[in-house]
Design a protein around this ligand. Structure first.
Ligand code: DAK
Length: 257
């Protein structure tokens, strides 16, 4: 596939998507999001891909939705066409997604990082939800996911003021899994994604689904969901193989089935 706003690349079993509108600090517009959704679908459908990396460049992961594209929209237009309705398509992807963030992750850019499964950040990463400073509020789940990630008081402070935080504050607050030197970000993201992609795909998908249920259902229901998923692992060749390999003191050979 040929894209204009993103670059795709496969390394081993890892599908990489690099946002590529550097002149606009990777501001997200409709064309970019359609391409992103197409690339995500292609990796989701490709049996050789076990994990996905979503990244930007050193200066910006993404500085939010494209303000030029939104500025003149009327209330009727945004409601009748459910403006930006396809932006949460990433939620349908069952393979793990790692956001590798350097530079600005603002507004919708930060929300895309929060929609990913793991965020690893470079030392120069900066996060904020600045929507209130331009006359709107977050619209891609940021109010919900940030509050869940860091608690009400800090989320309120960030959202009501638009304050930008750096990578060490983001790490302390639990937004990012890890901070790495800027020049090592892509390498570290690839090591992490490659490790995940080396495991059994159905097992990894079940683990992702189980963790996400912590955000989507009450605890008791989430625990039942986890138990059902756990039991379903015993239908897999890879469960037999993983346990046999452990006992036989050899590396497992997973077949994704
Ligand atoms: N949109 C459009 N262009 C942008 C942009 C953006 N968000 N961010 C940066 N740019 C452009 C600038 O206009 C500038 O273009 P030229 O003037 O050169 O043509 C170029 O990128 C470089 O930016 P600056 O000159 O401003 O660079 P600085 O280093 O001085 O500042 C900055 C960097 C990141 C601090 C600054 O650019 C900035 O504050 N950017 C805007 C950040 C922002 O407010 N983002 C939030 C946008 S609202 C939804 C889904 C998503 C959303 C809502 C709903 N649904 C599913 C319903 C999301 C909303 C948003 O993200």
């Amino acid at each position: 596939m040929v894209f204009e706003n993103i670059i795709t690349e496969v390394k081993g079993k890892v599908g990489i998507i690099t946002l590529n509108r550097p002149k606009a600090l990777n501001a997200l517009n409709s064309a970019l999001i359609s391409e992103l959704n197409a690339a995500l679908n292609a990796y989701e459908a490709d049996p050789n891909i076990g994990a996905i990396i979503l990244t930007g460049n050193e200066k910006a992961f993404a500085a939010g939705a494209d303000i030029r594209e939104m500025k003149d929209k009327t209330f009727d237009e945004v409601t009748s066409k459910n403006f930006l309705h396809d932006w949460d398509h990433i939620n349908t992807i069952t393979k793990p997604i790692i956001a590798a963030v350097s530079g600005f992750a603002l507004g919708g850019g930060f929300e895309y990082a929060l929609l990913s499964d793991i965020i690893i950040a470079s030392e120069t990463a900066k996060f904020s939800l600045p929507e209130t400073t331009i006359g709107v509020i977050p619209g891609l789940g940021g109010t919900q996911r940030l509050a869940q990630a860091i608690g009400k008081s800090k989320a309120m402070e960030m959202i009501l003021t638009g304050r930008m935080i750096d990578s060490s504050e983001a790490e302390r607050a639990g937004i990012v899994a890890r901070v790495v030197p800027t020049e090592k970000l892509q390498e570290e993201a690839l090591v992490l994604a490659t490790k995940i992609a080396s495991l059994s795909q159905p097992v990894i998908k079940a683990a992702k689904k189980a963790v996400l249920s912590a955000y989507e259902m009450p605890m008791a229901q989430g625990a039942v969901n986890e138990r059902t998923l756990f039991h379903s692992m015993f239908k897999l060749h890879d469960q037999k193989e993983g346990m046999a390999a452990f006992l036989e003191k050899r590396p497992p050979k997973f077949e994704n089935r």
